[in-house]
Design a protein around this ligand. Structure first.
Ligand code: NDP
Length: 319
């Protein structure tokens, strides 16, 4: 088989993340684009050499003097920490990762957390701690209603997986969506109805000026008494003080929280000690070099040939 040689890519790529493995990403990129020079943001480099950036939460001023930057790749799905920064060169496209493996990892987390509630596992965990055989008859899955807020790359995948388990799934997004087996709703006018019908609420929205604080005290109170909340999106979507109060009062039965208003969640925060709360440190899903490097390499090639990149973020919309 004859494979055409890849066109040479000029300029270097700068990498920055405190959470992701630099050498794994560098090697994955260079396996696809052998000509591409990759440097870590902390290494000495000439900012004028940088044409591409692969970053997660780069420090303020990171992009200063990168006057030849042509593409910024957000090393994740949520771009809230990137859009609106003051050091971003105007007109440089921002793309984000939409990797099917990332969606599958996220769906796995959401499925675990939702089934844990649907099967009353927290009740058995508490009973075991007391050494009690506390039989509770299992509910039939279709009697459990799960509402998924956000039906994007990650939300739609999780909603489908929940539906495959026989749960009754409602979905909510900004514009109308059609997903087989999911009762889809769209727009602010329908949010209260969706909330009032959710035994389990899964938050999978991007953080934007429109969604910041969306789940305030009043909206959280619209959830049926005893409902559970799963937040795998961003902490500031939910009023954390109201959430803590409602978990304490029993209006909310439980919460599985992967994201918080402040991360790491500060020591001494009341959420740490609450029996009805499960906390994980922001890892519901992560970008995987072996599968995501392909789409980044494609975009680097596209941009180097003067083509627009795919998966471009709409900076005005914020996601
Ligand atoms: P997408 O951009 O693909 O989808 C976003 C969804 O939210 C769309 O359905 C969109 O509606 C909807 N939406 C956006 N704004 C509103 C609004 N104002 N009202 C109603 N619906 C709205 O995002 P992803 O699915 O890829 O990711 C979702 C979020 O998950 C990310 O932004 C990130 O914050 C978070 N995340 C968390 C991770 C973790 O480890 N905890 C890992 C990865 C991501 P429409 O369909 O009409 O556009």
């Amino acid at each position: 088989m004859h494979t055409a040689p890849l066109p040479a890519v000029s300029g270097a790529m700068v990498f920055y993340s405190q959470f992701d493995d630099y050498t794994a990403w560098r090697d994955a990129m260079q396996a696809r684009l052998p000509d591409l020079r990759v440097v870590h943001g902390d290494e000495a480099h000439d900012p004028a050499d940088i044409h591409y950036a692969l970053v997660w939460k780069a420090p303020p001023g990171f992009f200063d003097r990168m006057k030849n930057l042509r593409l910024i790749v957000n090393l994740g799905a949520g771009v809230d920490s990137l859009v609106g920064r003051e050091d971003l060169p105007a007109e440089v496209p921002i793309t984000r990762l939409t990797d099917p493996n990332m969606a599958r990892m996220m769906a796995g987390y959401v499925l675990f957390a939702a089934l844990r509630y649907a099967r009353d596992i927290p009740h058995f965990e508490a009973a075991q701690r007391r050494g009690e055989w506390a039989y509770r008859h299992p509910r039939s899955p279709e009697t459990v209603r799960v509402a998924v807020l956000g039906l994007g790359e990650l939300g739609a995948c999780a909603a489908r997986e929940l539906s495959r388990q026989g749960l009754t799934v409602l979905g909510w997004s900004r514009s109308p969506r059609r997903i087989e087996g999911i009762e889809c709703h769209a727009g602010m006018a329908s949010l209260d109805t969706v909330l009032s019908r959710a035994d389990i609420l899964v938050v999978m929205l991007p953080l934007t000026p429109q969604t910041h604080g969306l789940l305030d005290r009043e909206r959280l109170r619209r959830l049926p008494r005893g409902a559970a909340l799963i937040n795998v999106a961003r902490g500031p979507l939910v009023d954390q003080v109201a959430l803590t109060d409602l978990l304490r009062s029993g209006h909310l039965g439980g919460a599985t929280l992967d994201v918080f208003e402040r991360e790491p969640l500060p020591p001494g925060d009341p959420l740490w000690a609450m029996e009805n709360v499960l906390i994980t440190p922001h890892l519901a899903s992560v970008a995987i070099p072996a599968s995501a490097a392909e789409q980044i390499a494609d975009n680097v090639l596209r941009v180097s040939q003067g083509l627009p990149p795919v998966n471009r973020v709409d900076a005005a919309r914020g996601y």
